[in-house]
Design a protein around this ligand. Structure first.
Ligand code: TXA
Ligand code: MG
Length: 350
C-alpha cells in the first residue's frame, strides 16, 4: 500500500488535507493523526471492517479494545447508554483533553471496536487537527496509538512513519505531541470510578472534582502477580525497546555510581545506553548512548521525551539500557508506569 504523507501546521490548519483524510476514513480506510497525547491510528469507529483493519495494521490482539474519539460532547449520546453525573463533572473540567472515560455502550458500537466488551472507552481530544478530523469524518474515530503493537507509542510523525509506512492509507504529521504519554483511563461504569491507566490527568486532579476514586489493583501494584488488569491493553508488555531495560532505584549518587560501573565494565561488543536527567548526563562517559530526559523539575519534558528515547535506543542498536527513576510529583505515576512496563518489571534496588 502506498501511504499518503501530509504535514499540517496545527496553528494554521490546511482544511484540504483534513477533507482528504476524512474521505479516507469515511471510505473505511485508516489515517494516523496527531493528538495531544500520542499519535492515533484512526478508522471509523462504527464500521466493523475499519476496526478489523486497525488490528491488522498494528499487529494487535483483537481482544484489546479501541478508544472511540469524539469532537463534540453531545455526540457521546449516540454511543453510550448513560453518562453518570461524575462523568459530566469530569468532562466539564478535563474535556477536551487527555482523559478517556469508560461507559456502557450502545449496540451501534460494533464488537470489533470494543473487543467484544459491552463497554466503550470514549475520549475527546484537544488537539485541533484531531478535532477537525473527527468532526469531518462523521464524529466517531476509533484510534489506538499508531505504533506496531509492542513498540513505544509514537510522539512524532516520523515515529508513525517508521511503524506504519506502507501499512495504512495516510499519515498526518503535525510534529511533536505536547504530552507524549497516552491518556488517563477511568472506568465510570461502577459505583466508584476506577483509574485503569495513569496519565496526565492524575489522581489528585480527578479526586479534586469528583471525590475519592479507586485504582485498578492489577495496574497499581496492590494485587498478586496473576491479577488481570481491567484495561486489557495494560496486560501486554507494551512500550518495549529491543534492548533489555533495567530501572535502577535508590538515592541518586548510588544509582549513578551503579550505572557508571556497569558502563565501565561492559563487554566491548555490548552497546549500553543510560536514561538519566540532565544533571547526571555528563556522568556516564563510557556509555554508548546517554539519553538526556530533561530536568527533574520539568516533568512534562520527561514525559515528552521518554518514548522518543526508547525508540532512539532501538535505532542505535542498544543491547542494555539502564534508567534512573523519574518519580516526579504530578506525572511520576504515569511516567513510571510506562517505564516499568518497558522494563518488563526489571528493577534493581541499590
Ligand atoms: O492517549 C490515548 O489514549 C491514545 C490516543 C491515540 O488517543 N490512544 C491509546 O489507545 O492509547 P491504545 O489502544 O493504545 O490504548 C487503549 C487502552 C488499552 O489498554 C485498552 O485495553 C483500553 O484502553 N480500553 C479500551 N476500551 C476499553 C474498555 N471498554 N474497557 C477497558 N479498557 C479499555
Ligand atoms: Mg497503545
Amino acid at each position: 500500500m502506498n501511504t499518503i504523507y501530509r504535514t499540517v501546521d496545527k496553528d494554521r490548519i490546511d482544511m484540504s488535507v483534513i477533507e482528504e483524510a476524512a474521505s479516507v476514513i469515511k471510505a473505511g480506510g485508516l489515517v494516523a493523526f496527531p493528538t495531544e497525547t500520542v499519535y492515533g491510528l484512526g478508522g471509523d469507529a462504527l464500521l466493523p471492517e475499519s476496526s478489523k483493519k486497525i488490528y491488522e495494521a498494528k499487529g494487535r490482539p483483537s481482544d484489546n479494545p479501541l478508544i472511540v474519539h469524539i469532537a463534540e460532547f453531545d455526540d457521546i449520546e449516540k454511543i453510550v447508554e448513560s453518562v453518570p453525573e461524575a462523568a459530566k463533572i469530569l468532562a466539564d473540567k478535563y474535556w477536551p483533553g487527555p482523559l478517556t472515560m469508560i461507559f456502557k455502550k450502545k449496540p451501534i458500537v460494533p464488537d470489533e471496536t470494543t473487543g467484544g466488551l459491552d463497554t466503550v472507552a470514549v475520549r475527546f481530544p484537544s488537539h485541533p487537527v484531531a478535532r477537525w478530523l473527527i468532526r469531518s469524518s462523521g464524529g466517531y474515530i476509533a484510534a489506538p496509538s499508531a505504533n506496531i503493537s509492542g513498540r513505544p507509542s509514537p510522539t512524532s510523525g516520523e515515529h508513525v512513519r517508521q511503524d506504519m509506512d506502507g501499512r495504512i492509507d495516510m499519515i498526518i504529521d503535525s510534529g511533536n505531541c505536547d504530552i507524549g504519554l497516552e491518556s488517563t483511563i477511568i472506568d465510570m461504569t461502577g459505583d466508584v470510578p476506577m483509574m485503569l491507566r495513569p496519565g496526565y490527568v492524575n489522581e489528585q486532579m480527578l479526586e479534586s472534582v469528583i471525590g475519592e476514586i479507586e485504582k485498578d489493583p492489577a495496574v497499581f501494584g496492590k494485587a498478586d502477580a496473576n491479577a488481570v488488569p481491567k484495561a486489557p491493553g495494560m496486560k501486554y508488555r507494551h512500550y518495549a525497546p529491543k534492548g533489555q531495560l533495567t530501572i535502577v532505584s535508590g538515592d541518586n549518587d548510588s544509582v549513578v555510581g551503579f550505572i557508571r560501573e556497569k558502563t565501565e565494565k561492559k563487554d566491548k561488543d555490548i552497546r549500553v545506553a543510560v536514561l538519566c536527567c540532565s544533571a547526571d548526563s555528563a556522568r556516564f562517559p563510557d556509555a554508548d548512548l546517554v539519553g538526556d530526559i530533561g530536568s527533574r523539575d520539568d516533568e512534562l519534558q520527561i514525559a515528552n521525551r521518554l518514548y522518543a528515547l526508547l525508540r532512539r535506543c532501538d535505532e542505535e542498536n542498544i543491547d542494555q539500557i539502564y534508567s534512573e527513576e523519574f518519580d516526579t510529583p504530578g506525572l511520576g505515576l504515569a511516567i513510571m508506569n510506562r517505564l516499568i512496563k518497558a522494563a518488563g518489571h526489571s528493577i534493581i534496588n541499590v
